[in-house]
Design a protein around this ligand. Structure first.
Ligand code: DAH
Length: 338
């Protein structure tokens, strides 16, 4: 008998949980407390019980009845609040803090790209774009990168099929623009690049670069230096220093790697700059005559410079971000700081 009562209690509790409108509560009330309801049915069983059990069972039924009545009353009160706008309005607590509205913002990498575009726009550079799925020709051959260069293996480049790949550098856009346009050329090309690197605090299989290219008559290395130092001082601050180290890239001759005085420690030496006081931010140089040959520019008449920088890298250096993965994780606590 008592187990039957327990079962009735369980199903009552489930039904109450599922009730969403007042009418539901009313139906439950009829089912349990009505004249022909479950409680009444239990009551009818009492007289047939042996004497000593009657009192206990009667007591249990009464408890159940009171419990049902109480729970239903409570439920009725709660549901009427929801459906009675007047009551709801009166319950509005004006001392509660307002709902915070989160406004969207641009991703820090987008912000950096926009800042870079702005600086170079003032120097007369247009913005150009090229495809991320690229022909091997634009990523390597036209850039004077020989067939046996290690960067062409599939350890360093994602191949889609034979001569189609995911571009590993934005230098591809140099060729695409020069093929279409006669000098003078003055562009920057921001975009994504891909390399099969194992992801860690400094590497990602996808990152962003901004390429720069200026071609005209009489362009010199001094012009390159002037443009880069203008950019560095505007982006990082007036007291940041720049230095050029001789280097090699197949598509520029001479080539240089460009360092800035470490923006984290001010050049004193820290973990970020490996205690050297300098950090590399880009590669640059004078456009190699072989590149001009590939796009049918007259290398006797024109000279030019090119550069390529990592967007993640300059952003990390500017803000002291120590893990590249933070840019791609969509963590609002990180992103909302910018
Ligand atoms: N494409 C080079 C890289 O991804 C960067 C670079 C170096 C671009 C020198 C240039 C340049 O335009 O002149 O490492």
């Amino acid at each position: 008998m008592l187990t039957k009562l327990e079962a009735a209690r369980k199903s009552f509790q489930n039904e109450v949980k599922a009730a969403t409108i007042l009418n539901d509560v009313e139906q439950i009330k009829i089912k349990y407390l009505g004249r022909k309801g479950i409680v009444a049915d239990f009551m009818k069983l009492i007289p047939a019980l042996p004497g000593e059990q009657r009192a206990t069972f009667g007591h249990q039924i009464n408890n159940f009845k009171n419990e049902v009545a109480e729970v239903l009353e409570d439920c009725t009160r709660k549901l009427s609040l929801v459906s009675a706008p007047q009551v709801k309005k009166e319950l509005f607590d004006i001392t509660l803090p307002g709902k915070q509205i989160h406004s969207g913002r641009k991703h820090p990498l987008t912000q950096t790209i926009e800042e870079i575009k702005e600086v170079f726009a003032r120097l007369g550079f247009d913005v150009a774009y090229g495809p991320e799925v690229e022909l091997e020709y634009y990523n390597f051959d036209a850039l004077n990168i020989p067939a046996d260069h290690p960067s062409r293996t599939d350890f360093d480049t994602f191949y889609i099929k034979n001569d189609v790949l995911l571009r590993s550098q934005t230098s591809t856009v140099q060729i695409r623009i020069m093929e279409k346009q006669k000098p003078p050329v003055r562009i920057i090309a921001p975009g994504r690049v891909y390399r099969p690197d194992t992801v860690d605090a400094r590497h990602s299989f996808m990152f962003h670069q901004v390429e720069g290219l200026l071609v005209d008559e009489g362009v010199s290395f001094a012009d390159l230096k002037g443009v880069l130092s203008q950019f560095i001082k505007t982006y990082f601050g007036q007291d940041i220093r720049m230095r050029l180290r001789p280097s090699f890239f197949p598509f520029t001759e001479p080539s240089a790697e460009v360092d800035i005085s470490c923006s984290i420690c001010g050049g004193k030496g820290c973990g970020v700059c490996s205690y050297s006081g300098w950090v590399e931010i880009l590669g640059a140089g004078m456009v190699d005559p072989n590149v001009f040959k590939a796009v049918h520019y007259d290398a006797e008449k024109y000279t030019g410079f090119a550069f390529g920088m990592g967007v993640e890298r300059v952003t990390m250096l500017k803000y002291g971000i120590d893990d590249i993965r933070l840019f791609y994780e969509n963590n609002m606590r990180f992103l909302s700081q910018f």
